[in-house]
Ligand binder design. Structure first.
Ligand SMILES: Nc1nc2c(ncn2[C@@H]2O[C@H](COP(=O)(O)OP(=O)(O)OP(=O)(O)O)[C@@H](O)[C@H]2O)c(=O)[nH]1
Ligand SMILES: [Mg+2]
Length: 310
């Protein structure tokens, strides 16, 4: 099985161990997160994601450890496939220190000519302060500061442990870079979304990591609603050992949607396929036949997944 090494870096107290815990648990982790102690040196963990063996490294961020990493960067940073860099956006007094650390880490990758994907997480962007102007201005400045690393593909995310979707989005996007042909799935989803008027389609692995998704003009609030619904349904599907689960609800614009979550086995891996379509008023049959038509596309999905995994 191919091995991939992912690393979480950032200052102490940035929230690295917290988000790793959130990713692992997905629900009911807040109490657990509150008990997390500062990480000593590096915590290594292994998990499987589709056909990849992922080795995750949580780099303790206290200054004595940072000094060590930067003194022997080759020992710590060589063979990285994907980097998550967390900045505590609620602590502007330490932005300078964090940018300085980031700079030194990037210096190493630059010297090695390792053009790895970098996910920068502006973390602790909590729901109740998301709209705060001061915070958004600061986030903008941070992003501008990071534009100078032109040779790298840097992606920004605003994350919070109080919004599991924000964390899973950042994590899933990062992992998707580990697959060369992932674009195939994206364009396929875009294509069927247009053909069947799909509002949202997502292929999720059995541990809750999104492999690919596509959504047409959905408001954030609706995305969150659908994601929470998905988590709930996921619990039910798992507990009741169901293969398929249908549901229906209302969007923030008052329109009704129908959804289905289905367990699919593609290329010998279990996935959940989540599809949301807008309900045709007084024409439920049309909605149902659209869902059936999408189901008939499974063979195509199988082909695409197998190509991505080779
Ligand atoms: N408000 C808020 N607090 C958070 C969030 N994520 C983590 N925290 C808090 O931030 C503190 C530090 O979290 P850790 O996960 O231990 O930070 P770390 O980056 O692993 O720290 P080191 O292990 O020392 O490098 C804890 O008190 C968490 O509860 C978040 O999204 N919002
Ligand atoms: Mg930690």
């Amino acid at each position: 099985m191919p091995k991939k090494s992912i690393k979480f870096l950032g200052l102490d107290f940035a929230g690295k161990t917290s988000i790793i815990t959130a990713i692992k648990e997905k629900f009911g982790y807040i109490e657990k997160v509150k008990e997390i102690k500062p990480t000593r040196l590096i915590e290594r963990e292994e998990f499987q994601f589709l056909n990849l063996e992922i080795i995750s490294h949580d780099f303790g961020g206290q200054v004595q450890y940072r000094d060590d990493y930067l003194k022997y960067p080759h020992r710590y940073l060589a063979n990285t496939d994907l980097l998550f860099y967390l900045i505590d956006c609620q602590d502007p007094e330490r932005y300078g220190e964090s940018l300085d650390y980031f700079d030194k880490v990037m210096e190493y990758f630059k010297e090695q000519r390792e053009n790895i994907p970098i996910m920068v997480l502006l973390h602790k962007f909590d729901p109740e302060i998301k709209e705060n102007r001061e915070l958004n201005k600061r986030a903008m400045v941070l992003k501008q500061n990071l534009l100078k690393y032109k040779e790298f593909q840097i992606y920004f995310f605003e994350t919070s442990i109080y919004d599991i979707k924000s964390i899973m989005d950042a994590f899933s996007t990062g992992l998707s870079f580990l697959f060369e042909n992932i674009e195939m799935l994206y364009s396929y989803f875009e294509d069927i979304s247009k053909r069947y008027n799909i509002l949202f389609i997502s292929l999720i692995d059995s541990t809750g990591i999104t492999v690919g998704e596509y959504y047409s003009a959905l408001r954030l609030i609706d995305k969150l609603k659908i994601y929470n619904l998905y988590l709930e349904v996921l619990k039910k599907v798992k507990m009741e050992n169901k293969e398929k689960y249908e549901f229906s609800d209302i969007l923030s614009n008052g329109k009704r949607f129908s959804g289905v979550i289905e367990v699919l086995n593609l290329s010998n891996f279990d996935f959940y396929l989540l599809i949301i379509i807008e309900e045709e008023k007084e024409n439920l049959e049309k909605t149902i036949s659209a869902l059936d038509a999408i189901e008939a596309e499974k063979d195509k999905m199988e082909v695409i997944i197998s190509q991505i995994l080779t």
